[in-house]
Design a protein around this ligand. Structure first.
Ligand code: P6P
Length: 352
């Protein structure tokens, strides 16, 4: 049988790009798909490649652009998160199937006028999460969540309303970690897959197919500096992890970039938690474009994600930048959490 031009030879394993993968997944799960979704996702992958190129040169940009803020290319020096935001707004803005976007960088949701026909999708994102870490070369990332435009939505409506959907309505979610390598991880509800950017030819190539979160890991990830302001049930839970209560001693890993801390949790297992604190009694992380996409990916990989009082993906949003506590991890760690952190103990009023 004539081998396929791309057929993997022993020495040269088949290269599957993220575009090929998305189209294959669409044909497998939605035979009548028009390719509209993969066109949208290509806008996100392009914007993250633009961002990646800047993140890789961050220190140089600072040096080059420090004289009055104009760099050698004649560009006005931009903060990287502003650049990342503008890259996503531009690349999604030219996708006619995108109706509304909401960004961590913009107070209001954005609609795209003057199109022939309404868009079908709503995209919410954090263009560069953890950007304060860039100056010290710590991994940062982009996080996104894709929703459908609600039935009956009118262009005259407040665009924020279309964004206010619970996480169970997500059509897709993903993140990019700009780390020792650049990896994009995404789900459309049919498993979780990772693609590493090959800088030699600028494509995201399948490197982690069907990622599964280990049932139990060895790490907990939390900012221990806030220990004394965590509600006691969280302190008891962390003491349980630290004292060998889970049958093994846990080590602490905390990078301070959600995408990096979650990516390690996804691959190695364990638990990441950002509980309520005195400074952020509602939690620090954003529901729509941090907790929801992370929760979708975690659940698709066999893990779980909750706010301490409910499943993250069942929270009904009331405003686009609302915050939530986030605990996300493997099956064992999340089952153990329920012994300590329950609605009755965390929010007695909620428990009725
Ligand atoms: P803290 C980064 O600023 C961020 O939004 C997340 O990426 C990260 O998980 C969290 O805040 C870190 O917060 O209070 O520990 O510095």
């Amino acid at each position: 049988m004539k081998s396929h031009a791309l057929a993997a030879s022993k020495a040269d394993p088949m290269i599957v790009t993220i575009q090929q993968h998305i189209l294959h997944e669409q044909r497998k799960h939605s035979p009548h798909a028009t390719g509209s979704f993969s066109w949208l996702l290509s806008g996100i992958t392009l914007a993250t490649k633009m961002t990646e190129a800047r993140v890789r040169r961050a220190g140089l940009l600072d040096v080059i652009g420090s004289a009055g803020g104009i760099n050698v290319q004649g560009e006005v020096q931009q903060k990287l998160d502003v650049y990342a935001d503008q890259a996503l707004v531009h690349c999604l803005g030219v996708r006619e199937n995108v109706a509304i976007i909401a960004s961590e960088e913009s107070e209001e949701a954005i609609t795209f006028d003057g199109r022939d026909g309404p868009g079908k999708y709503v995209v919410v994102f954090d263009p560069l999460d953890g950007s304060s870490n860039i100056d010290v070369n710590v991994s940062v990332g982009t996080i996104f969540s894709i929703l459908g435009l609600p039935e009956g939505a009118k262009s005259s409506d407040d665009p924020s309303i279309a964004c206010l959907q619970p996480g169970i309505k997500q059509l897709a979610a993903g993140y990019v970690v700009y780390g020792s390598s650049t990896i994009m991880v995404y789900t459309t509800g049919h498993g979780v897959h990772g693609f590493t950017l090959d800088p030699s030819f600028g494509a995201y190539v399948l490197s982690h197919e069907n990622i599964r979160m280990p049932e139990q890991g060895n790490y907990y990830s939390s900012n221990d500096a806030y220990w004394d302001t965590f509600p006691k049930p969280y302190q008891d839970y962390l003491s349980h992890l630290r004292s060998g209560g889970m049958g093994r001693r846990y080590a602490l890993r905390y990078i301070g970039s959600l995408v990096a801390d979650f990516h390690r949790t996804l691959l190695r297992g364990g638990v990441f938690l950002y509980p309520p604190t005195d400074k952020n009694p509602e939690g620090k992380l954003r529901l729509l474009y941090e907790a929801n996409p992370v929760a979708f990916i975690a659940e698709q990989a066999g893990g779980r994600a909750c706010s301490g009082t409910q499943r993250i993906m069942e929270i009904e949003p009331t405003e686009i930048h609302q915050r939530t506590p986030l605990i996300v991890g493997g099956k064992s760690e999340m089952e153990a959490l329920e012994q300590f952190v329950t609605p009755r103990r965390i929010a007695p009023s909620l428990a009725g």
